[in-house]
Design a protein around this ligand. Structure first.
Ligand SMILES: [Ca+2]
Ligand SMILES: [Ca+2]
Length: 369
């Protein structure tokens, strides 16, 4: 009898959760525009469907599979996807939270996929304005992305998405900042950024949320591309330089009717250098005056102190570009204006101290003796 009971519950446990088999116009969590792929351009759909409500999905999980959902009242103006697709997380409401299934299922495709949306047109409407053309291992490029020029304004844009392609072997992280964007500020817009090594590109999308397009020119976002601590080709060679090129791909700028504005884009090329070149070629000594780094030369302990800025990250690397010490400082900690590194165990010689604060980033040559 005991065995029969165990058998009964074993069979019960193996039964799949009953769910209607989807055969037509199925929802795939993260493919908001129903073109067969989850990617950054799906975020543009949120600009049209925001605050729409309809039947929730059951189960409301994020598994990349065809799910049955009853149709909602509206649909995307041109792509035609019913708004049920825009409710990517299945809670019955379209909100900016529907970005999360896009990130979870990023770049996944289903049998409906026939090709990427967006253009690769060449021109100078969308372009990079690097704030620093040169950086080194462990450093960052800060790159403003501009759309339109004073003599070539962009008229009636509602949303834009694009991918940025570069050599991902050098890149540790990419961050996007939308706080200064002529497309809109604060609650007027929603900005999305995505980077992971597997995607082999950084992707972003910005959409307005109020149904009203804007016209203008200038900065729409800033990208920070963080370079890995060690770059092969710069190790052991203080004179080496490597090109770091950036290209736009799959650009889609749309108006409030979802019509393609055929935005033309232009890439750029930056330079990666050995850290010692950065120190010698840029006047970072002046910048570093906001810091007290002492003693230098140092023996057992190196002290850092700032006047006002809060220290976020400290990395010490050797002349080979190898990180020998790294510390991220949680922002809730209060003593961020003072930090010390124990250097007693390190070989004597020249090092480079990289300090990131809430305001900027510094690189300082230090000597251990
Ligand atoms: Ca899609
Ligand atoms: Ca939702």
């Amino acid at each position: 009898m005991k065995h029969l009971i165990i058998l009964f519950f074993t069979i019960l446990g193996a039964l799949p959760i009953l769910q209607a088999q989807c055969t037509e116009d199925c929802v795939w969590p993260g493919d908001l525009n129903a073109n067969g792929i989850a990617n950054n351009l799906d975020i543009l759909a949120i600009g049209f469907a925001i605050d729409e409500t309809g039947p929730a999905r059951s189960p409301a999980n994020n598994d990349w599979e065809a799910m049955e959902v009853d149709n909602w009242a509206g649909s995307l103006p041109i792509l035609g996807a019913n708004y049920k697709h825009c409710d990517a997380n299945g809670d019955g409401l379209v909100s900016t939270d529907d970005q999360f299934p896009v990130s979870i299922n990023y770049n996944r495709t289903n049998p409906n996929f026939t090709g990427l949306l967006g253009n690769n047109l060449l021109g100078d409407e969308l372009f990079f304005v690097p704030q620093n053309n040169t950086t080194s291992p462990g450093g960052s490029y800060f790159i403003d992305v501009h759309l339109g020029r004073s003599d070539q304004t962009i008229d009636g844009i509602y949303g834009i998405g694009f991918q940025v392609v570069f050599d991902t072997q050098y890149v540790a992280e990419v961050k996007f900042d939308f706080s200064e964007s002529w497309i809109g500020v604060d609650e007027e817009i929603f900005g999305y950024g995505k980077y992971s090594e597997e995607t082999e590109h950084a992707a972003t999308a910005i959409t307005r949320l109020d149904g009203t397009p804007v016209s203008g020119f200038g900065k729409i976002a800033q990208m920070e591309i963080v370079i890995t601590d060690v770059v092969l080709g710069l190790v052991n060679d203080t004179t080496a330089c490597l090109p770091f090129s950036l290209q736009f791909e799959n650009v889609l700028g749309i108006n409030e009717f979802e019509e393609d504005l055929m935005i033309r884009a232009k890439g750029d090329s930056l330079t990666l250098k050995h850290p010692s070149q950065i120190v010698s070629t840029q006047n970072l000594e002046n910048q570093a005056s906001a810091f007290a780094i002492y003693p230098n030369p140092a023996q057992d302990i190196l002290h850092l102190k700032t006047d006002q800025q809060k220290i976020k990250e400290v990395v010490l690397f050797n002349q080979l570009g190898q990180s020998v010490f790294q510390k991220n400082i949680p922002q809730e900690e209060t003593k961020q204006q003072y930090f010390q590194i124990t250097t007693a165990q390190l070989p004597r010689g020249v090092y480079f101290l990289s300090i990131k604060t809430d305001a900027t980033k510094y690189l300082k040559k230090v000597v251990l003796q």
